[in-house]
Design a protein around this ligand. Structure first.
Ligand code: NAD
Length: 380
């Protein structure tokens, strides 16, 4: 089976889908691996390293797409790229299928088997394939680094002959994968950390990291069977805002990571709350690119609101692209290896598999994922 890895073309994207070490593992499975020349350059991997690992290098992007049995990628394909792929080609990448009806239709029409990395079920067995988690983990770390860089204070307490500096107060809203890593990172730097999440099960995890869990009674919240937060009612959101206001006002750093899977992130910090923070405080809004948890945050920009720095940087794991590439590459390999047939030396699409059907979006000219199918039918 011919596995092709094209170069990522999204502006500013330095992560790469497959690192040389993974090529070695793929060739050991019996796969034929072709990379586009310079594919790894964003994260500092040379063509020579890939060749040494067993890949061949192509300088013809069109042929690379047209001849591939499987494409391993980070970002979704363009419509033109879908047009280049042969029927039956397996395309694995982030797809953003909730927001890309036209792309899903093109993949369906082209007879492409598309696998969406964000739809991999969040089960214990699929953890090693879970790119949302691997990248969110790094994003959590990066958000704290961003905050520390912009804050005109240090994070830890410091007792010196020149006086005592109090630890910075960090408030983290949303304690999923990214939020928990942000808590751990801020704690390691010596900050005093408080966190809140609508899923009550998280309280214990927050406390085990040495942070304080802010107790807010929002009535019934809970999580879905998949472990995701349930969407709050407008009344609950208002209750949350009111209860957080005082903590936000006295925090030096506010980091927001609240997401509701498949929906626009909730706006939980209003502009007046940002304005109520001390001048010099920093807000990092992880959701800025997808609508924002914080009123006034601007995607991919750092703005100042009433003396408060608001960071809206997206694609946070790209800041640590070398590690992000290694983790994503490992996620991809685990997914491929799990459905690899050693005899036929090929990837087997099996709708009785425990993980695959959840993340296959299109196959054999059909949209096979029910959730996405419903969205598509609704958007007609
Ligand atoms: P996510 O990115 O969907 O959301 C981030 C966090 O925001 C979540 O913790 C969510 O509860 C929270 N949130 C939503 N609305 C909020 C609000 N109004 N205020 C405050 N917080 C709010 O979540 P994620 O990090 O991708 O994790 C989703 C779930 O999947 C979690 O339960 C996680 O533990 C679970 N998970 C399980 C595995 C596994 O192997 N079992 C692997 C990865 C993730």
């Amino acid at each position: 089976m011919r596995l092709a890895i094209p170069k990522e073309t999204h502006p500013g994207e330095n992560r790469v889908p497959v690192i040389p070490d993974t090529v070695k593992k793929l060739t050991r499975l019996g796969a034929e691996v072709v990379i586009e020349s310079e594919m790894g350059s964003g994260s500092g991997f040379t063509d020579e390293e890939y060749v040494k690992a067993g890949a061949t290098v192509s300088h013809d992007r069109t042929a690379l797409f047209a001849e591939a049995d499987m494409l391993l990628r980070l970002r979704k394909p363009t419509l033109d790229e879908v047009g280049l792929m042969k029927t039956g080609c397996i395309h694995i990448s982030y797809l953003d299928p909730f927001n890309e009806p036209e792309l899903v239709r093109a993949l369906k029409a082209g007879g492409i088997t598309s696998i969406s990395m964000e739809m991999i079920p969040r089960t214990t067995r699929s953890q090693k394939m879970d790119a949302l988690s691997s990248q969110a983990n790094l994003a959590g770390y990066v958000m704290v680094m961003q905050a520390a860089t912009h804050l005109p204070r240090i994070f830890p307490m410091m007792m010196t002959p020149a006086g005592t500096l109090k630890p910075a107060k960090v408030f983290i809203i949303g304690a999923g994968v990214a939020g928990l890593q942000a808590i751990a990172t801020a704690k390691r730097l010596g900050a005093k950390v408080t966190a809140f999440d609508t899923r009550p099960v998280v309280a214990e995890q927050v406390q085990s990291l040495g942070a304080t869990f802010l107790d807010i009674d929002l009535g019934e919240t809970g999580e879905t069977a998949g472990g995701y937060a349930k969407e709050l009612t407008p009344e609950q959101i208002q209750m949350q805002r009111d209860a957080q206001k005082a903590v936000i006002a006295e925090s030096d750093v506010l980091i927001t990571t609240a997401q509701v899977f498949g929906r626009k992130p909730p706006v939980i910090v209003t502009r007046d709350m940002v304005e109520g923070m001390k001048p010099g405080s920093v807000v990092v809004d992880m959701a800025a690119e997808t609508g924002g948890n914080v009123e006034g945050s601007v995607p991919n920009e750092t703005v100042v609101i009433n003396g408060v720095t608001v960071v809206g940087k997206g694609n946070l794991s790209n800041e640590v692209c070398r590690d992000a590439s290694q983790m994503y590459s490992s996620n991809l390999f685990s997914l491929v290896e799990d459905s690899w047939n050693e005899e036929s030396k090929s990837f087997v699409i099996d709708f009785d598999h425990d993980i695959l059907p959840g993340c296959i979006i299109t196959h054999g000219g059909e949209v096979t994922n029910d959730t996405i199918k419903n969205i598509l039918e609704g958007s007609n």
